[in-house]
Design a protein around this ligand. Structure first.
Ligand code: ADP
Ligand code: MG
Length: 731
């Protein structure tokens, strides 16, 4: 059964879409849909959700109805399908009445296999009757999170869709979203009244995105330098305010870069125009507020730069998620200045609603933690969404590629904590982090004078460091749990019990050097013939303009790069390019091969060996951070002690140990696990196989941390290098 399905699906995938393999979970989702089952599909942005309903639609008779919230984007989706020779159409208010009538007639005649509609139209009684007569075989609800008030984009029209299950008892429903939060996921199945749906959750890890945070200083220059180094590439710059988007765009335009602003203060015509120019690659950089981007289907966004601090980790994930939908390496850069957080906090505290204030403050706290943390960015982001990332190093974030330097902060910590202690001893006043820093650095402020804080023994004992450095130390102490900020409008610093102990016992503490303004990135875009790529881009643009469609509808950047690497010279070779199906081979094969041949007449052929979409995992010598952990472990510290002293979570420490072991360092496993525990873990891996660490942990009923299992695996020579994607779990 499985094999026949495979043999049926794969050729169709190549024939219609030009792809030779499925992305994680696509095949499982498609198989269930074909079997008539309701499905909830949770795949990250760029995970390939559309294909999950498009492929079933083309391989069997009948009509697939796709519900989509964004009228503006239906046309592009349908254009892309048509370019692949697929009979798709849409109905919405943008059509002339004549055109709409023609499409309805063709639907009655069974000429289409895919129909895109907005929810409010689908649910009109007359329209529902029509749909019934068109032999619907699947109803796909895209952006299904719009049904939930807990989501970031609630649409009341989506609520009506709850009637569908009753109205079409025999038609399977597929709900798709990239929403990462639990609450929304639960809402979807319940509100749509799905019947025992199969739920698929892919890993939300975007392995082709790299994440970096750099200190913000002279942001306009940093931004310009960053964009200049990526001259021909599309990018989005997110800013906190309308005026900043204008300013950033102006600054880029003055430097000769094609940029446009996008925010809610523009007229809707201006917004549509700017978005359109961006989609069509006529504008290179979009300087936008978060009003921009939902559902944007531009696959070649190569970077997302956050000029200001995002409001939440979830927001940051969604915004950065717009980069690299085509699977090519893409960059996410955040410019970080702690002062931005202070500004945001002031805004938040002006909100009238207390609950709203608390949520916003909590979210701000989380994103600040993210920005300042020395942990793997990917792991901390995924962790925020409840997913455990089990690799040693993601090889794709600043903290993994160039671990932040640490220093012995014992004296600084003693100074900081005793300063809080002395302030509280002397006055009953409650003070914030800023005041502690001012006392330490010997400032002369109104408060210091009126409270007579110059007489404190800790006044000006920290002159050797700047205020910024002391603030960073303060925030790290909060992260490490030695100091606490009280909730509420004016957050007050307090020493925690853990901090009291540290102060009394004068224990050593390692601190992280704060993020500095280091603009240069390491780039990892696959090699191809750049001159040829440029020529192919021009050709693509001309062909796209002739057809009135965005460039990516003709070919993705990934396809062009592959052509500029492999120089296909006949139909067979051209058909091997990813994204070349039957229709595109017929329509575009000859012209693109002509362009390539022309190029080769005047240029030598270059050889490229690098693989295109998969990023090779660099085998790095083990880093200082790993060695430091190993040294401490060998000196007799426990994993918990190391974690605490170094300001990491235990999973990071286990990761260091596994990495050291995999690199051939000797290791005494008995110090970590008893013989009896080792036997049980061995047994679990025997049941599940070495690669299934999630299953093994379940078999052990969650008694061990992933990190412990990984160390065990490493000792037995079974630690894999990198696991990328995909697991199926039931909700
Ligand atoms: P999502 O809706 O999940 O964000 P899309 O459906 O828009 O993602 O797909 C993102 C990109 O991935 C598109 O350019 C699509 O053509 C491409 N894609 C989808 N499935 C595959 C596959 N199996 N192989 C290669 N590319 C794919
Ligand atoms: Mg989509």
């Amino acid at each position: 059964m499985l094999t026949t399905q495979k043999t049926l699906l794969l050729p169709a995938l190549k024939q219609y879409f030009g792809f030779t393999s499925f992305r994680p979970l696509q095949q499982e989702i498609i198989r269930d849909a074909l079997a008539g089952r309701d499905v909830v599909a949770l795949l990250p942005t760029g995970g390939g959700k559309s294909l999950c309903f498009q492929l079933p639609a083309v391989i069997r008779p009948g009509l697939t109805v796709v519900v989509s919230p964004l009228i503006a984007l239906m046309k592009d989706q349908v254009d892309a399908l048509r370019a692949n020779g697929i009979a798709a159409t849409f109905l919405n208010s943008s059509l002339e009445p004549d055109e709409a009538r023609t499409r309805l007639r063709d639907l009655h005649n069974g000429r289409y296999c895919l129909l895109y509609v907005a929810p409010e139209r689908l649910m009109l009684p007359g329209f529902l009757d029509n749909v019934r007569s068109w032999n619907p075989t699947l109803i796909a609800i895209d952006e299904a999170h719009c049904i939930s008030e807990w989501g970031h984009d609630f649409r009341p029209e989506y609520r009506q869709l709850s009637q569908l299950r009753g109205l079409f008892p025999t038609v399977p429903i597929m709900a798709l979203t990239a929403t990462a939060t639990e609450r929304v996921r639960d809402d979807i199945a319940t509100l749509l009244r799905l019947r025992n749906p199969a739920k698929y959750i892919a890993s939300f890890n975007r392995h082709n995105l790299s994440y970096r945070v750099v200190g913000k200083s002279k942001a306009p220059d940093q931004t310009l330098a960053f964009v200049r180094e990526r001259q021909r590439e599309s990018g989005i710059i997110y800013c906190a305010s309308r005026s900043t988007t204008e300013r950033v765009a102006d600054n880029l335009i003055r430097a000769g870069i094609r940029a446009k602003p996008y925010h809610a203060g523009l007229t809707s015509e201006e917004r549509t125009k700017n978005q359109d120019l961006f989609l069509r690659d006529e504008v290179q950089v979009m300087c936008a507020t978060i009003a921009f981007g939902m559902g944007i289907n531009k696959s070649n966004v190569r970077y997302v730069l956050h000029y200001d601090l995002p409001k939440s980790v979830e927001g940051y994930y969604q915004e950065t998620g717009r980069a690299g939908r085509d699977g090519l390496p893409s960059e996410c850069l955040m410019l970080y200045n702690p002062a931005d957080a202070v500004k945001q906090k002031q805004f938040i505290n002006e909100k009238p609603d207390a609950q709203e204030r608390d949520i916003a403050n909590w979210q701000l706290h989380q994103i600040v933690q993210y920005a300042e943390s020395a942990e793997c960015r990917r792991a901390s982001m995924l962790n925020y969404f409840g997913e455990t990332y089990v690799d040693n190093t993601c090889n794709g974030c600043d903290n993994c590629l160039t671990p932040r330097a640490t220093f012995d902060g014992t004296i600084e910590v003693q100074k900081f904590l005793s300063c809080i202690y002395r302030i509280r001893e002397k006055s009953t006043v409650s003070v914030g982090l800023a005041h502690v820093v001012e006392v330490l650095t010997g400032a002369d402020t109104e408060k210091i004078r009126s409270w007579d804080h110059k007489s404190l023994s800790t006044y000006a004992i920290g002159k050797e460091r700047t205020r910024g450095e002391w603030s960073a130390i303060g925030r790290e102490l909060i992260r490490l749990g030695y100091v606490r900020l009280t909730d509420g409008q004016y957050s007050v610093v307090e020493i925690t019990d853990k901090g009291q102990m540290l102060l009394r016992q004068r224990m050593p503490v390692t601190l992280t050097v704060p993020v500095a303004a280091t603009p240069k990135a390491e780039r990892d875009v696959p090699a191809c013939n750049d001159e040829l790529l440029e020529a192919l881009r021009h050709l693509r643009k001309r062909l796209a303009d002739e057809r009135g469609v965005p460039a990516y509808v003709v070919f993705s950047d990934a396809a062009l790069r592959q052509m500029a690497q492999e120089y296909p010279a006949n139909e067979q070779e051209f058909a091997r390019i990813s994204g070349v199906g039957q229709q595109k081979l017929r329509e575009f094969g000859a012209v693109f091969m002509g362009e390539i041949a022309l190029h080769l007449q005047t240029h030598p052929r270059k050889a490229f060996t690098q693989e295109l979409t998969a990023k090779p995992t660099a085998i790095k010598p083990i880093g200082d951070s790993v060695l430091e952990t190993l040294r401490r472990f060998r000196a007799g510290e426990t994993v918990e002690q190391i974690a605490q002293a170094r300001g990491f979570v235990t999973s990071t420490i286990y990761g260091h140990l596994s990495e050291a072991i995999a690199n051939g360092e000797s290791f005494d496993l008995d110090r970590l696990l008893t013989a009896e525990q080792q036997a049980r873990i061995a047994n679990a891996f025997q049941q599940t196989g070495w690669s299934n660490i999630v299953g093994a942990r379940e078999a052990l009923e969650g008694e061990f941390e992933y990190g412990q299992l990984r160390v065990y695996r490493a000792v037995h020579g079974q630690e894999p290098h990198m696991q990328r994607w995909g697991k199926q779990v039931s909700l």
